[in-house]
Ligand binder design. Structure first.
Ligand code: HEC
Length: 190
């Protein structure tokens, strides 16, 4: 091989190793950057940021980023499912879901102290995700919150996600309590 070709090959190998170092933050890395990355790819915005209609179809409304089901959007009684293999219905914002568990409304994950996670500690957050119970000991977290998957996050990842959530703009928005399944309502009334 000519020495020119050899030099070219070395240059390519060096360039490739620089390109690799520009990849997204790995598991170590700085918690805020790692948390931003995890919240993005784990799709928290899909359910916790209200969708708004745009000419290109529904998109998350980033002015209300991660603030949960909007308190102003009062949901009517859950529709009856059509016959066939249907499980649930979703609000136009993709923040409220009716299914066999009743109606669930996505939580406000912003650092607002009254209506969001502003008073939570990282421990409150980790225990909620790990146990699937509010604050690790309260009521069970309902579908479609992907607890069965998210409880596999490492402690460092959960801490990074919480760091990011506490860094975003606080939005005051009081999310309604979940509603029990229609069957439970009917037997309570009888
Ligand atoms: C498929 C929809 C969906 C996705 C994706 C989703 N969530 Fe949720 N989440 C929900 C719903 C619905 C609730 C409310 C459940 C309830 O009221 O029991 C919820 C509740 C929560 C709660 C509980 C709040 C409390 O007060 O107990 C936390 C914390 C949370 N989500 C964080 C996250 C984070 C962080 C992500 C991304 C890593 C995420 N969620 C992704 C639907 C989702």
């Amino acid at each position: 091989m000519s020495s020119l070709k050899m030099l070219l090959r070395i240059a390519l190998v060096v360039a490739a190793s620089f390109a690799r170092s520009a990849e997204p933050p790995a598991s170590a890395g700085e918690p805020l950057a790692r948390g931003t990355y995890l919240v993005t790819v784990a799709g928290c915005n899909d359910c916790h940021t209200p969708m708004k209609m745009t000419p290109e179809g529904p998109k998350p409304d980033m002015d209300r980023m991660l603030s949960g089901h909007p308190e102003t959007l009062v949901m009517t009684a859950a529709p009856t499912l059509p016959p066939g293999p249907w499980l649930m219905t979703a609000a136009v914002t993709n923040t409220a879901f009716a299914g066999p568990w009743g109606v669930s409304f996505t939580a406000n994950l912003t650092p607002d102290r009254e209506t969001g996670l502003g008073k939570w500690t990282v421990r409150n957050f980790s225990e909620t995700i790990r146990t699937g119970r509010h604050l690790g000991r309260g009521r069970e977290i309902l579908p479609p919150m992907p607890i069965p998957m998210y409880k596999n996050f490492t402690d460092a990842d959960l801490a990074a996600i919480f760091t990011y959530l506490q860094s975003i703009p606080a939005v005051k928005n009081r999310v309604p309590d979940p509603r029990p399944p229609a069957a439970a309502l009917a037997s309570a009334g009888s």
